[in-house]
Write a protein that binds this ligand. Sequence first.
Ligand SMILES: [Zn+2]
Length: 734
Amino acid sequence: MISETPDWVWNARFTHWWFKKDRETRDVEHHFNSAFSGIASDREIARVIGKLKRARINAVLTHGIVRLVKLNELGLAPRVIAGTKHVVDACHDADIRVIHHCSAGLAAQTLREVRQKEWLTVDSRTGTYGHLDQWGGWYWYCVNNPGYRRHYFNLATEFLQGSGVDGFMVDEVYFRTGWGTCACPHCKRKFKRRTGYALPGRNDSAFWGNMEDPRFREWLRFRCASVGDFYADLASTLKRIDPHQVLLGCKNKEENQRHSQQYGDHNDERMRGVNLLFYETENSSSILYNWQTRAVSLRLYLALGHAYSTPTMTFMRNMNANEDFLSWALRAAHGMRMWAASRGAMLGVPTHIFRSAESQSFHEKVFGWEADHETELVRSVLPFSNVAVLFSASTRDMYKGSHADYYAEEWFGWCRVLLEANIQYEVIVESGLDNPGLAQYDHLILPNAACLSDRQCDQIRQFVDRGGSLIMTHETSLLDETGERRADFALGDLIGASYRRTLEGTHLPVVFDEFPGSGTQGEARGICSTEYYPCPQVLISVGPGVSAVGTTTVDECTEPVVVCRRQGKSRLVYLGNKPGLMYYTPQRVTGTKPIRPFTSEEDRARYKRLMLNAIRWAMRDKFNLLTEHVPEGVMVKAFRQCRCDNEAVVIHLLNCLGATYGPNDVIPAGHQVTFPKIKRDMTIELRGRKIRDAYVISPDWKGKRDVAFKQVRGGCRITIPANFLRRYSVVYAR
Ligand SMILES: [Zn+2]
């Protein structure tokens, strides 16, 4: 990061504002609209600011003036800058910050329109300019082109100096047309200089798309690094004018391998320049089916946030107003910064919160509550968990190819099981394996973390030597961090097994026994098969002292599938298939037919029990937060808050009972989200912690309510009366 995240961002509530006079356009067009005939009247500006203030918005994103290069070519830049300055001044007078939302990569829809064709990307597949057949069709500027970069950085400098904005959200900095781009002379030269490799021609089928070829993997990394370079250089340029600028990008779903592999969009690279993370959901999913998946994604953004000491701004597309509350509360429960919008696809007209009485009033309520409770809520995102799950960006990018089932869905499945069981877990990114990162945890889960460096494996080994427990699955540690295959697991010594081979596309029945001494016999016994979807299976040889608690049969031979062993104080488990993948549920929208999960509902339940049994055995139930009488479907998320001499624990309780569906249920479109009544008082035990007082706050009622707690051996127990949780409540204990 070039500059630290300014303090105000930690408490920011964002929304967007189309303040130019020109007619708003619908859907994606607004983003590309380059008309500008002036800004709204002072009266209108004052009226909107009044509404924003009432909704406790303290940061605005400009809207509808994203194309800096185009506006400049049209001779409109001076007027856009002057108009923006007028709005920025009015906002600043009202204590509202302004971020300029702009685009970098979008060039034009026709070649005729492009003034500098030499700035365009070149697609190696066609030998001609890169073209995206989406959003009406677009040509793209190349982020490595020196002339274009100079021009763009100058425009951004002029914009900052002239308008006085507080930061930039720069979109479309990537190679959006896929891994065939960019093969322009600048990219080829830079690739050769950085890696020593010449970029092969378009007919070299041994190279393109071949993850076994180290040159191709270098190419993918090079593209991500180039995007990072653009942000880093832009940040340095802006910093010279104002060291407190906010800079963020867009369009990154950290878990999605497509974004890094195909577009070159990679958070670790981008964070070299930006100082605020961004997350948005797809149009194609509804929170009712997918709150669990979204909660897991938000957890991953918290991990990045910890690694880079920055919050995340989040944008969720809600299908209808009924989903608004759940969508807001899910993010609030993860300490996220909100970009408020009323519903809509791509930020078209109806999405301005102040244009909809319903949305305005909704945000006045929830943001008003947030603003009244900054003491409890701001910066309350430090980990409160002794369980870490690694998200391996190297595996996402360098392993096998561009399918979510190779890596991300296995990872999702494990996190989802922990989430549903309300076992507090922390996602860590690769830098979290560095000291002292891992020392904070007692348990580590590596869901098919296939690509690990020798150094990372040493760090994991030291963690186990110190008594940490470990669960790993499938091809964990079989490749190095660059995607180069090893002959054996690098962590094989820990699990007492060595790698033999991987059976792809199998539907093997699996028989489970018990984890020794865990009393879980038979609970997960016999997963008949992976009925619909093949699950790859790793075959291993086990050493002495290793017990196989799960087996399968291949060519009439019994093969170990799940093994466990003890080493000193540590417990170690290996699962050769991908139970997380088999538990994963594809995302979908309300009103649509179910998408089949990867196996039958019965087997899904068995996979879940298998994972929970493995977790409970390896961790001996030593979790630092235990719940009692908290029904599955009520999400419990705990964080630490450190402030001066005071350390508090902040526990979010979110009632998702009305949004908990089976994979075969169909939710009608427009369905009203319900929040079924909590029937029993709930107990939360915090291990290893004494508290002086505890109270509950909630947007569902006014004020604070004290809760009873008592110190018990090794910690304290807090009892939350059933009627203290209607939709969403927060326990503040210190
Ligand atoms: Zn290029």
